[in-house]
Design a protein around this ligand. Structure first.
Ligand code: ATP
Ligand code: MG
Length: 246
């Protein structure tokens, strides 16, 4: 990943690097300009959370890994921000959990879909979904409803990093188990998720992979008890407490 010359000692090193990745994503036609705004919102919440993975987020990441590993058909939904921020990390998570990667864009154009698919292929992804767009999520406007019949439409567990609230709610309505990565514990996306991961995508994805690797040989009962013991409301409250008491 190319980057501007930001000294590592700079107190905002990570955040400046992240901004640069999103800018670069826009320049390369991967990320929409709307993506810059989403990034700004995320950054504000990351600042309030202390820019670290809080214990409740780590527990959510472990529960997310257990869900993905025990799913029949797990899918990781990706958009232009995910493509810009964590392409290699996302491919590694897909490999560690046996999940498919499906491109899903708020502002869908065939050109941007193809660019993002090529970008993920350069990071080693195979069988990228989201190009066929031969099924629909009920209750959403045309373009945003498009999914693959053998991808998200058929999935039992869907990881939706940085999803907008409407779509997160529509997927939950379809009966999907949703894992949402969103730094805003008050967002509708986080609130509709079975597993809200209130953490920066850049930390959350590698940590989910580490948990998935750790749980790779676990039996179904062990995975089931991790899934069962996770409490979504408690995780959201813990994140809010952290923001208030940092
Ligand atoms: P709502 O969920 O309340 O309907 P929204 O989905 O319309 O809101 P957006 O701005 O589309 O709001 O959502 C972007 C979300 O992504 C924000 O909540 C922001 O905190 C989050 N976000 C942005 N960048 C990151 C990141 N790097 N890691 C995790 N979350 C991020
Ligand atoms: Mg949201």
């Amino acid at each position: 990943m190319t980057g501007p010359d930001i000294p590592e000692s700079h107190p905002r090193h990570e955040s400046l690097l992240t901004r640069h990745r999103i800018e670069d994503g826009v320049d390369r036609g991967l990320t929409s300009r709307q993506g810059l705004i989403a990034q700004g919102r995320g950054e504000a919440f990351d600042y309030l959370l202390g820019e670290e993975t809080i214990p409740s987020a780590d527990a959510a990441e472990r529960a997310a890994a257990a869900h993905l590993l025990s799913a029949d058909h797990p899918v990781i939904s990706v958009n232009g921000n995910v493509a810009a921020l964590a392409p290699g990390e996302t491919v590694a998570l897909a490999e560690a959990t046996g999940a498919d990667i499906e491109i899903n864009l708020f502002n869908r154009t065939d050109e941007r879909i193809e660019r993002i698919a090529e970008h993920f292929r350069n990071y080693g992804a195979e069988g990228i979904k989201g190009l066929a767009a031969d099924a629909r999520i009920p209750g959403l406007a045309h373009e945003r409803a498009k999914v693959d019949a053998d991808g998200i439409a058929a999935a039992d567990v869907v990881l939706v990093p940085l999803e907008d609230g409407d779509r997160a709610a529509a997927l939950a309505e379809m009966g999907k188990t949703e894992v949402v990565v969103d730094l805003n514990p008050l967002s509708r996306s986080a609130r509709t998720a079975a597993v809200p991961v209130v953490d920066n995508l850049l930390r959350a994805v590698p940590n989910m992979t580490a948990h998935a690797e750790d749980l790779a040989g676990a039996d179904p009962d062990t995975l089931g008890s991790i899934v069962e013991s996770f409490d979504a409301d408690a995780a959201l409250s813990a994140a809010e407490d952290r923001i208030r008491n940092l």
